[in-house]
Structures are given as C-alpha cells and as structure tokens.
Design a protein. Structure first.
Length: 122
C-alpha cells in the first residue's frame, strides 16, 4: 500500500505541533488535510469522503474536544480509523471509540506513521 493513497485528517489546535506532524506525514508520503478544532474537522470530513484516518488531539478549544470528536466520527463515518493523542490527559482505552488508538504526547512521528499504515492495512 502506498502512503499517497491514504488521506489523513490531522486535528490539532497548536499550529506548530500541527505543522510538525503534517510535514512529517507528507514527507513520508501521506496525503494530509488539516483542522484546528472539531468544528473544522467535521467540515473537512463532510467535504472529503476519502479520508481514511483521523489523528486528533484531545484538548482543543470549542464545544467539542477530541474524545467527543472521535465518538462523533466513529458514529457518522464508521470506516474512518482514529488515533487520539494528548499531552495533558491520561486516556484509557475505554475513553476512545472501538478500533481507535491512543498515543501520549510527546509522540514519535515515526510511530504515528507506522500506526497509520497498520490501521489502513487492517
């Protein structure tokens, strides 16, 4: 599977953190869309039905955090794979939707890339 065929949505409110992971994922061949909060993410997903994976931070401004966003995505777009990350909260497997994974911050971008590839192959 070539990464260029995998469309990833990165949802992160910290611009420098978002830019870092987006640049890394694009450098290793993924096609990446970006959103700064859950509302933007929903808008992106509604207009990009080819998104295969969402990588989202938990703590974001607005009415919906990353955990609620993950639950909403799982309900509305069940095929989308989900990776959740946080540097401030301890997230248990029971806190995230089925078939989702959690990576604490700071995360290794290479580990995220491997997880994206593995999830899309499943």
């Amino acid at each position: 599977m070539t990464h260029s065929k995998i469309l990833v949505l990165v949802v992160e409110d910290e611009p420098l953190v978002r830019m870092g992971i987006v640049d890394y994922l694009e450098d290793v061949g993924f096609t990446v869309l970006e959103a700064g909060n859950a509302d933007e993410a929903i808008t992106v997903l509604m207009s990009n039905l080819d998104v295969r994976i969402m990588f989202t931070d938990v703590d974001m401004p607005g009415g919906m955090d990353g955990l609620r966003l993950a639950a909403a995505v799982r309900e509305r777009w069940p095929p989308i794979k989900i990776i959740v990350t946080s540097g401030h909260r301890k997230v248990n497997v029971d806190d995230i939707p089925a078939q989702a994974e959690f990576f604490p911050k700071p995360y290794d971008p290479e580990a995220i890339s491997h997880a994206l590839t593995r999830l899309c192959a499943a």
